[in-house]
Design a protein around this ligand. Structure first.
Ligand SMILES: [Zn+2]
Length: 148
């Protein structure tokens, strides 16, 4: 499960539109022990400058990780946008998420701008309780929006 505030959801959405037509990306920060309760979203430059895939800018990513460390928090997932496809992992996403250096516990949240109504879904490599495996090969988890 992924829990985030409505405010965080709006910040993700704003970043997705700001980056359009390129894919937006960023990280999810939380207490590592309660990694489903997202504390904040940090936008990160898409170094790939692409509408089809994303690369977290390495320097910005490192800074985000250091800031989280300083607050005894951790990067627990990644968010990116799909500009022309639904909010399901692409073959590239599944490949990236399965790389040895990427923590298998990471949340992979995807916001889609493909239809009139923005859509948010989240996935993990390793399914947790209640998660459903998708055709793409990742487990979809429940997304809950908190009031704050
Ligand atoms: Zn993607």
């Amino acid at each position: 499960m992924l829990q985030l505030s409505r405010r965080t959801w709006l910040e993700i959405l704003a970043e997705a539109w700001r980056s359009y037509p390129h894919e937006a990306c960023g990280v999810l920060v939380a207490d590592a022990a309660i990694d489903s309760e997202i504390v904040r979203f940090e936008p990160i430059v898409n170094a790939a400058e692409s509408s089809r895939f994303f690369t977290l800018d390495p320097a910005e990513y490192l800074n985000a990780e250091r800031r989280a460390d300083d607050e005894r928090l951790a990067v627990v997932g990644v968010v990116h946008s799909h500009t022309h496809t639904a909010a399901y992992p692409s073959p590239t996403d599944v490949e990236e998420a399965s790389k040895p250096l990427v923590p298998p516990t990471w949340h992979w949240a995807i916001v889609s701008l493909a239809s009139g109504v923005p859509e948010l879904r989240s996935f993990r490599v390793k399914p947790g309780d209640g998660d459903t495996m998708t055709a793409a090969g990742m487990a979809e988890e429940l997304v809950v929006l908190r009031e704050r």
